[in-house]
Each structure stands twice: as structure tokens, then as C-alpha cells.
Ligand binder design. Structure first.
Ligand SMILES: Cc1ncc(COP(=O)(O)O)c(C=O)c1O
Length: 359
């Protein structure tokens, strides 16, 4: 049985082992996960309370249009409800945009390295992928602009980016958007939006009325709801309508909707998350400096740093000590590790184990 040609060379996603399994295998009592850019400060307590209250109703199908979440977000973002599309995580919105707009053989422009799902999902769709290298860990929008032809249907911009942890400035974005071919859609992925404090960081929402732009955001990071899987896209009503037409009717489950709605109102949790993340990054920077390690200054909740040798070996050593971090080999950064900011004691433990591992 042969599958579609476009997926012949795509390997299935390899999930990591559950933490309990890692503990059992390595005989460890306490394992910390600093590998997936999750929120270590827990879910929003308001989300947890709202979910508990809702549990008795899960015999019903979810609200297919995310009605209440849609109303609340439209008000918060000052957009019309019909400009929003909800996804099972913002990951799903990447797939919906490709499904709605990219035909087999159309070109998609991505950076390299960047969030891997852009390339994988584009390949599944049968797109021709043009990869444009980043420069000094930043998107090179001039080169990405030059890569666009009349056949380019979609361009992915992670702002800020994962794994680079850097951002595209307002000036750079506006220069890029100016005079783009009318058929080209720009997908601006703002999964880490809430963490960025830089003044020249643009909100993609400022460009949705005049350009073919889709902006996505996530409840997985700053709101601490990664396990629920909910994200949203904002665009013109016309673009949103096409994305709506290719999504499954109940793609966002009811617990996710209830949790996201409550988390949205939890300003206290969001500001704690931001403050603790900044503190954690400052701690990492000062420790990396003492150790003579190069790192990329980050506007996100994770830091990319260079270990100067095989990062895979270092990650394995750390794992044996119960610290899970991300080896960057799959992104072509063989000597780099990405570490997510954890709770204060986790950050300290990570640095302690890094030193012991002979950095
Ligand atoms: C740049 C970027 N976009 C999107 C996502 C996916 O987020 P979600 O959990 O909303 O699917 C991630 C997750 O790590 C990410 O790093």
C-alpha cells in the first residue's frame, strides 16, 4: 500500500519518553523537564478551577465555534469574532493554513533553522520548500524576500523564533511586507508573544487589515496550558473563512476552551510568569558567562547556548542526572543545547549538573 508521494520521505514524529518512564529506567527519583519550552510555573490557577467546575459536562461535544473564548478574545484583541480561527494548539493552525492555501507544487519559504513543523507540514502538503539560512541567529528577511517568486504561496516567520529565541523588528517586518506579491501569504507565528519586552517588537495584528497576514498565538507557553492544546489565528475575515472551511468541527476540546477562557483573565499568573522567566534568564546568562559559554540573548522562555563539543553527549550526561534539555542536532546545531527556563531551584540544579558534567 503506497501513501501519497509527498509523505514518502517523512518520518513519523518520535515522541519523548514519559517522565515516569525515564525515572524508572535511570533509577532516578526526581527528573526535571527543561526541553519543551513549557511554563514551569504551572497552569493558571484560575484555569484549573474553571476546568474542575466544568468536568461534569464532558459527556457533551465541545462548542464547535469556541463561542465564549472567541467573544472574549475578539474583545481583548479588538478584532471581529469572525477574524479568529481556533486550533488544537497553534501547531494545527499551521496545518490549516497550508491545507487552505497551498496547492501541491506551490512554493513555501521558511528560515533554517526554525520551528521544524513549518517544513514538515509543508512537505506533507506537497509544497516545494525554499530554506533561507538565518544570520547570526536572526531571520534574514532580506534574503527571505529575495527567495519569494510568483509561485510562492506562503512564508513562515516565527516571531520570536524557536530555537533562535530572537525576533524580527517592526522596521524589518514592514520593509519585508512592502510590495509583496498579492498571492503571497505571510504566516507570523507569535507563540512566545507575551514574553517579549523589546520596544521595537511588532505585533503582527497591526498588519492583518492591509496585508495577507495570518498571526498565530498559543495558550501553551505564557498561559501554561500546553497539555490542553489550544491556540488561535487572527487574520482578515476572508482568510479566516478559508481556514475555517478545512478544520474539523470539534478540533478544540471543551476543557481546553474553558481553561483558555479562564487563563485569559488571569493577569496575575501571566505577570508572575513573565517576571520569573526574566529572572531565570538573567541567572542563566550570568552563569554561562562565568563558565565562558556563548549563548544567544533570548526574548523567549528558553536559551540557546553552545557547549563547544558534542551536545548530544552532554544532554545524555545531564539526562542521567535527571535534567532533560534539548539537543539541537536535529536543527543542524550540533554543539548547541536549548534549555527552557524552569523554576528557580530547577535552574540552579541544571547549572550545577552542567558544571559537574564537565562543561
Ligand atoms: C515557534 C513555535 N510555534 C508554535 C508552537 C506550537 O505551540 P502549540 O503548543 O500552540 O501547538 C511552538 C511550540 O513549541 C513553537 O515553538
Amino acid at each position: 500500500m503506497l501513501p501519497r508521494k509527498s509523505i514518502l520521505n517523512i518520518k513519523p514524529y518520535q515522541p519523548g519518553k514519559p517522565i515516569e518512564e525515564v525515572k524508572r529506567e535511570l533509577g532516578l527519583k526526581d527528573v526535571i523537564k527543561m526541553a519543551s519550552n513549557e511554563n514551569p510555573f504551572g497552569p493558571s490557577p484560575r484555569a484549573v478551577a474553571a476546568i474542575k467546575k466544568y468536568l461534569a459536562d464532558i459527556n457533551r461535544y465541545p462548542e464547535g465555534g469556541c463561542f465564549y473564548l472567541r467573544q472574549a478574545l475578539a474583545k481583548k484583541l479588538k478584532v471581529k469574532p469572525e477574524q479568529l480561527v481556533f486550533g488544537n494548539g497553534s501547531d494545527e493552525l499551521i496545518i490549516l493554513a497550508l491545507r487552505a492555501f497551498v496547492n501541491e507544487g506551490d512554493e513555501v519559504v521558511v528560515a533554517t533553522p526554525t520551528f521544524l513543523i513549518y517544513e514538515i507540514a509543508s512537505a506533507v502538503q506537497g509544497a516545494r520548500i525554499k530554506k533561507v539560512p538565518t544570520r547570526y541567529f536572526k531571520y534574514d528577511l532580506n534574503a527571505m524576500r529575495a527567495a519569494i517568486t510568483k509561485n510562492t504561496k506562503l512564508v513562515f516567520i516565527a516571531n520570536p523564533d524557536n530555537p533562535n529565541s530572537t525576533y524580527v523588528t517592526r522596521y524589518e517586518l514592514e520593509k519585508f511586507l512592502k510590495g509583496l506579491p498579492g498571492e503571497t501569504l505571510v504566516f507570523i507565528d507569535e507563540a512566545y508573544f507575551d514574553y517579549v519586552e523589546e520596544r521595537d517588537y511588532p505585533s503582527g495584528l497591526d498588519y492583518i487589515s492591509k496585508n495577507n497576514v495570518i498571526v498565530t498565538r498559543s495558550f501553551s507557553k505564557s498561559y501554561g496550558l500546553a497539555g490542553l492544546r489550544v491556540g488561535y489565528a487572527v487574520s482578515s475575515p476572508g482568510i479566516a473563512r478559508y481556514m475555517e472551511s478545512v478544520r474539523e468541527p470539534f478540533n478544540v476540546n471543551s476543557i481546553a476552551q474553558v481553561g483558555a477562557l479562564a487563563a485569559l483573565k488571569d493577569k496575575k499568573f501571566l505577570s508572575k510568569t513573565k517576571k520569573m522567566t526574566q529572572q531565570g534568564k538573567r541567572f542563566f546568562y550570568s552563569e554561562f558567562k562565568k563558565l565562558g559559554l556563548r549563548y544567544v540573548p533570548s526574548v523567549t522562555n528558553f536559551v540557546l547556548f553552545e557547549v563547544g563539543k558534542d551536545a548530544g553527549q552532554m544532554c545524555r550526561k545531564l539526562l542521567k542526572k535527571g535534567v532533560i534539555v534539548r539537543n539541537m542536532k536535529a536543527w543542524g546545531l550540533d554543539t548547541f543545547i536549548r534549555v527552557t527556563v524552569g523554576m528557580e531551584k530547577e535552574n540552579k540544579r541544571f547549572i550545577k549538573e552542567l558544571k559537574k558534567a564537565g562543561i
